[in-house]
Ligand binder design. Structure first.
Ligand code: FSX
Ligand code: SF4
Length: 427
């Protein structure tokens, strides 16, 4: 992310109000942020103890991997600078055992179990939950058992004594791939912490009767910055819990600074020029726009294209993979089929009003004009809309339109659509 931008250089960081702080955090990478404000952070945290208990359920460990691969700063540096103490982390403690005179006296599994009980007893920690929580079969949670206990029970204990909960990754936030449509989905009954897919009534906290503040760090996996900087903002008192949460989180409990309601990945995609000129790849490994290969970035709200991944260098569409919108609450089913042009599955191109609402990034310039043309040819006279219904009986185009409409990002987009260059009108 480079050096600290001029506009942030002379600010007294610790005196910033929340809005400015969040802007700074959003504009700076974790590395620049932590380096430049190190002394202030140390001062602020002199007496603070920020214990983190990190538990893992139904997941692939990609979230922890993403954090560990964050790079600059690495997790150890970040912990030191933020005075974070990862008191318990299932994966990192895997090899831990109790030693007496240098000799291992117990199994790591038993040790971490005993240790976990102690830590939970103390309470007051930040609970970071990674992975979905199995509720099946029949509410027993037995489809995910760790060390003889159900993860549902482990989660319950950890959640009850936590100060608040950060659900990292799509699985913890929304159940993610665990809740993908399948013959056994209902039997397994995997839940997210506060939501299951888009359903807030099905979060495991509600099922367990626990009321705790929750922050969702979406993504499969989430960017290391999203996790680290959220924790930083909270431990520095810049986000006060629970009173500040309604202002800083969106309706999916995601920090708006990283998942901006008025910004989509498509707006800053390095392939955007191709999109605007109507030049699309139709097979993988090309260099043009990936819209026709199913790119979902035009309606995906995340700062991936500004922040970028892998040391702030790249993002999925940049490296040749269409965005699969892994930060959307309904993921993965809401993004399926992953590699098929959206208009072919009825999201764009069935209803002119909805096309305006979809507001794909900068305006549906190329693909949008193309979609409108196809609509006009194929479906003229059917403007009432015969869009493909998803399993909730909701039209795909309406569903996407709703989110963008709420965010107010549609304004002006329709106008641009009408100015789409001539060259886009291929059949
Ligand atoms: Fe889920 Fe985390 Fe996807 Fe994996 O562990 S968010 S499957 S990349 O990473 O929980
Ligand atoms: Fe980039 Fe995808 Fe937008 Fe094309 S549709 S410009 S690949 S984000």
């Amino acid at each position: 992310m480079g050096d600290i931008p001029e506009r942030f250089k002379h600010l007294d960081f610790m005196r910033m109000d929340r809005r400015t702080f969040l802007k700074a955090v959003g504009a700076l990478g974790a590395s620049v942020f932590l380096q430049n404000y190190r002394s202030e952070i140390v001062k602020a945290l002199e007496f603070a103890e920020n214990r983190i208990v990190w538990i893992q359920g139904g997941e692939c460990t990609g979230c922890s991997e993403s954090l560990l691969n964050g790079g600059e700063p690495d997790i150890v540096q970040a912990m030191q600078r933020l005075n974070l103490k990862i008191t318990y982390h299932e994966l990192l403690m895997e090899q831990q055992g109790v030693f007496v005179d240098g000799i291992l006296v117990n199994t790591s599994e038993l040790n971490s179990e005993l240790y976990f009980e102690e830590v939970i007893e103390e309470g007051g920690y930040i609970l970071v939950a990674e992975g979905a929580i199995a509720n099946g079969p029949d509410g027993s949670g037995r489809y995910c058992v760790l060390g003889g206990k159900t993860y549902k029970e482990i989660f319950r204990k950890a959640a009850e004594n936590a100060a608040f909960i950060v659900a990292v990754g799509q699985c913890a936030a929304f159940s993610g791939v665990n809740a993908a449509d399948s013959d056994i989905r209902d039997l397994l009954d995997f839940r997210g912490v506060a939501f299951t897919l888009e359903d807030e009534t099905k979060g495991i906290l509600r099922e367990l009767g626990i009321d705790k503040p929750v922050i969702n760090i979406a993504g499969c996996p989430p960017h290391a910055d999203w996790m680290l900087l959220t924790l930083a903002a909270v431990v520095l008192g810049k986000i006060k819990i629970p009173e500040d949460l309604p202002g800083v989180l969106d309706k999916w409990k995601r920090p708006k600074i990283f998942f901006p309601p008025d910004h989509t990945i498509h707006e800053n995609c390095p392939r955007r020029g191709y999109y605007d000129r109507g030049e699309f790849d139709t097979t993988v490994s090309g260099e043009k726009c990936l819209w026709k290969l199913g790119c979902k970035a035009p309606y995906t709200h995340a700062d991936c294209a500004i922040r970028r991944w892998n040391g702030y260098h790249s993002l999925c569409p940049q490296s040749g993979s269409p965005c699969i919108s892994c930060v959307s609450a309904g993921f993965p089913d809401s993004s399926r089929p992953f590699f098929q042009e959206i208009e072919d599955v009825g999201i764009v191109g069935t209803n002119l009003d909805s096309i305006a609402k979809v507001a794909v990034g900068g305006a549906l310039l190329a693909a949008g004009a193309h979609a409108i043309k196809r609509f006009s040819e194929k479906d003229a006279g059917k403007e009432g809309g015969e869009g493909k219904e998803d399993e909730n009986g909701e039209e795909g185009n309406e569903k996407i339109g709703k989110e963008t409409e709420e965010s107010g990002e549609n304004e002006g987009r329709n106008e641009k659509t009408e100015t789409a260059p001539e060259g886009k009108k291929e059949g």
